[in-house]
Write a protein that binds this ligand. Structure first.
Ligand code: FAD
Length: 318
């Protein structure tokens, strides 16, 4: 079932969902299953699986030369979605990115997903390759998520790249897109970021999932600006509990977000990471309660590979 159908059927009740990462290559799928298992009692209607593009590594040779190698540390998003769906009988939402994909490869991935009975995708541009500062699309790929959304929307009308069109070939993907309560790091200002978000919805996005944030006021402002800009699709807040002291610097560096001063102060004074995790969970529960009272359709948690904190939060709320 599509994400938007789940939201419609919830009749105003806030749903619980979460995101997992594919295991690192060589690891076993059962590690992932054992992370998901404790969260299933809270009945997530859908689980997102992230997509991780290639990275470049440089190998030193004895003659002093450097060899550039391409590696993918977390491959397998499509297969993992199918495995989770079959193992837990739950809908899965693969993340699909522009980076590293030609339009043809995107089309083939979508055809595979359609055959697997996967009804929703989260369509993203993807970040630049780690060692490159700026995002570079493939020569025959998409430069922005809006264009990827357009391709999925075309397929939903039965329009394939070879320009053959047949209504009976139409897919029925529900399309999610990313939104940034604290603005995407490349956007010159909020207004332009929201304008491009509106463009993504106009191209066919059915719902928005936000980047993580730690101050609900950021979300409320973002939601208000979206509605003022005519973005009327459901907006799902993304949340993550802080789990260690080192995340005080890691999260802002990686996700370009602000941490509110009371949270920073409380975490800084923690004796150890167990203490920091307790504070992070409390903060996230309070954030979640306020967002539920505000009437958000779903709370989407970033597990970043670990489910224990999310389980403790879900046990309080769902
Ligand atoms: P876009 O919507 O294309 O926007 C990128 C930037 O370009 C923005 O600054 C926007 O304002 C601007 N822009 C948009 N359209 C135009 C235009 N036509 N002209 C000029 N500027 C424009 N990354 C992964 O690699 N894998 C994942 O699984 C993944 N999952 C994510 C899940 C969520 C919920 C979120 C919020 C992010 C996720 N990301 C993931 C990160 C995401 O790929 C990056 O944030 C990326 O830098 C931007 O992606 P986007 O889809 O928002 O891009």
């Amino acid at each position: 079932m599509k994400v938007t159908d789940h939201l419609d059927r919830a009749n105003g009740k806030t749903l619980f969902s979460f995101e997992v990462l594919p295991p690192k290559k060589g690891e076993n799928i059962h590690t992932l299953f054992s992370n998901i298992e404790p969260l299933m009692e809270f009945k997530p209607p859908f689980i997102d699986v992230t997509y991780h593009r290639e990275e470049y590594v440089y190998r030193h040779h004895p003659n002093g030369l450097l060899e550039k190698k391409t590696v993918r540390r977390r491959p397998g998003t499509v297969g993992i979605c199918a495995a989770i769906k079959n193992r837990f009988d739950v809908d899965t939402v693969p993340h699909l990115i522009c980076g590293g994909f030609s339009k043809e490869e995107t089309e083939n991935a979508l055809i595979d997903l359609h055959f697997l009975g996967i009804d929703s995708v989260l369509a993203l541009r993807g970040d630049p390759i780690k060692s490159e500062g700026i995002f570079k699309p493939e020569p025959d790929g998409h430069a922005y998520a809006a264009d990827l959304i357009g391709q999925v929307a075309d397929l939903n009308k039965g329009e394939y790249l070879d320009q053959e069109q047949d209504d009976s070939w139409a897919t029925g993907f529900c399309i999610g897109t990313a939104g940034y309560p604290e603005k995407h790091f490349e956007a010159p200002n909020y207004q332009s970021d929201i304008r491009y978000l509106r463009h993504k919805v106009d191209r066919g996005a059915d719902y928005v999932v936000t980047q993580m944030f730690f101050d609900n006021e950021e979300f409320f402002r973002f939601e208000r600006l979206c509605r003022e800009a005519g973005i009327m699709v459901p907006i799902i807040p993304g949340l993550k509990p802080l789990t260690s002291k080192s995340q005080l610097t890691m999260l802002p560096r990686t996700f370009y977000l602000n941490l509110p001063e009371p949270l920073v102060e409380a975490i800084s004074q923690c004796r150890d990471n167990e203490d920091a995790r307790r504070i992070g969970i409390e903060w996230c529960i309070n954030q979640s309660r306020e967002l539920m009272a505000h009437g958000v359709p779903c709370l989407h948690y970033y597990s970043m590979g670990k489910s224990e904190s999310i389980r403790r939060i879900a046990a309080e709320l769902f």
